[in-house]
Design a protein around this ligand. Structure first.
Ligand SMILES: Cc1cc2nc3c(=O)[nH]c(=O)nc-3n(C[C@H](O)[C@H](O)[C@H](O)COP(=O)(O)O)c2cc1C
Ligand SMILES: C=C(O[C@@H]1CC(C(=O)O)=C[C@@H](OP(=O)(O)O)[C@H]1O)C(=O)O
Length: 390
């Protein structure tokens, strides 16, 4: 499966065209809207989230609630566009345009894409960069991920996400008996955290950062249960599924690192305390006594839960801006201030869950015959049976 996205943060809409969803799969706007609304929540976001009420339009590829096998086209309108029609207008700039419309952004923000993007494409007005480098684009990626998540749900594969750390406040590792319990416990948390004591401290830390004109980052975790074993491949570097997940996580705006299972801790432990011993029983087939490697060996799933974490750096736009250089005058200046979030880690957890869902669904669609939804479902079931008896 593949998809592309288009659209600017303050343009009319965000768009995606998805290719490769099997034909005959139930899919509704409501399925996608649930994920979009999860992404909009979270303590620490700026005023933009009060303006937007993200809702998807299915514009192609679905008929009477079922996918057709043709490309699925989705769009999410930007409500904020109505305030930006002149600044973001698509026609040529009129000579008599107002100063506000003509004003260029020439002071790059350290940590954002402004300067590198301007250099790369030759934009003297860095609005041309920030409009597309904005994480507003993650809205439509979540829409694509929601379609993938729907496919996974029919195959008995479930996902959840939660926040482990914000601004140095670490949550206790969550204790849950099922992913639905984890989801219930974190869904209404303003910071998507399982631990109520850490939740309060995280919120205080976000408020403090905001009062100081600063920003903070954190760590999110995504868990996927029910993936059959042997999905992905060891035979080529670009078929390794853990590598695809790592790429997907680091592709989220402001994500700088990724780990699976015990992750970087593996560097400090002997092999006997890292590798997961193998067992077999007739009911479950091959399982592991532990899941320290987070569900992957050799670029393939082990059948154990997939546990992947991503680290998000603090938001670059600061109300107390850092020093930068004006690209017109070359004089030192404080960077531009755009309206901004002070912490978006809870929202980013939902983005992470959805980009992981996309990679898992793509790997399944690639490995099995996937033109028809029913055939795919049967193939995955046959594979599970085969793996149990292997
Ligand atoms: C959900 C979400 C919301 C974000 N909100 C902002 C924001 O309000 N202001 C900002 O400067 N950066 C924000 N970012 C981060 C920037 O988009 C990101 O730092 C920028 O695109 C540069 O990319 P890089 O940090 O990956 O190098 C957000 C990121 C995410 C995932
Ligand atoms: C719009 C979203 O996030 C935006 C991501 C973002 C950035 O620079 O990445 C900057 C802000 O945009 P604005 O300047 O319009 O407030 C965030 O609000 C969103 O998540 O839907």
């Amino acid at each position: 499966m593949r998809y592309l996205t288009a659209g600017e943060s303050h343009g009319p809409q965000l768009t995606t065209i998805i290719e490769g969803l099997p034909a005959g799969m139930p899919l509704t706007e409501e399925d996608i809207n649930q994920e979009l609304s999860r992404r909009q929540k979270g303590h620490g976001r700026g005023r933009r989230m009060q303006i937007e009420k993200d809702a998807v339009l299915i514009l192609g590829g679905v008929r009477h609630g079922l996918t057709l096998g043709s490309p699925v086209a989705l769009a999410v309108e930007n409500k904020d566009w109505s305030h930006w029609t002149k600044i973001m207008g698509q026609g040529p700039l009129e000579p008599d345009s107002s100063e506000e419309v003509k004003r260029q952004i020439t002071r790059p923000r350290p940590g954002h894409a402004d300067l590198n993007g301007a250099l790369k494409y030759g934009h003297r007005d860095m609005r041309n960069v920030l409009e597309r480098s904005s994480a507003r684009e993650t809205t439509i990626r979540v829409a694509a991920g929601a379609a993938a998540k729907k496919l996974l749900s029919f195959l008995g594969i479930e996902l959840a996400c939660h926040v482990l750390e914000i601004g140095g406040v670490k949550a206790e590792p969550p204790a849950y008996s099922s992913l639905s319990e984890l989801r219930e416990r974190t869904e209404n948390s303003p910071v998507r955290c399982f631990d109520p004591i850490a939740e309060r401290q995280m919120m205080d830390r976000i408020d403090e950062a905001k009062e100081n004109g600063d920003s903070i980052g954190g760590i999110v975790e995504v868990i996927a249960e029910g993936m059959p074993p042997g999905i992905g491949s060891y035979v080529h570097f670009d078929r390794k599924l853990d590598a695809k997940l790592a790429g997907a996580i680091v592709s989220i705006n402001a994500f700088k690192g990724v780990e699976f299972g015990i992750g970087f801790e593996a560097a400090r432990k002997p092999g006997s305390l890292v590798h997961d011993e193998i067992e077999w029983d007739a009911g479950q087939g091959y399982t592991r006594k532990s899941n320290r490697l987070g569900g992957f060996e050799g670029g393939m799933t082990t059948g154990m839960p997939i546990i992947v974490r991503g680290v998000m750096k603090p938001i670059p736009t600061l109300y107390k801006p850092l020093q930068s250089v004006d690209i017109d005058t070359k004089e030192p200046f404080a960077a531009s201030i755009e309206r901004s979030d002070s912490c978006a880690v809870p929202a980013a957890a939902v983005v992470a869950e959805n980009v992981v869902a996309w990679e898992l669904a793509s790997a399944i669609a690639e490995q099995f015959s996937s033109d028809r939804f029913e055939t795919l479902r049967e193939s995955v079931e046959n594979h599970r049976r085969y793996a149990r008896e292997f």
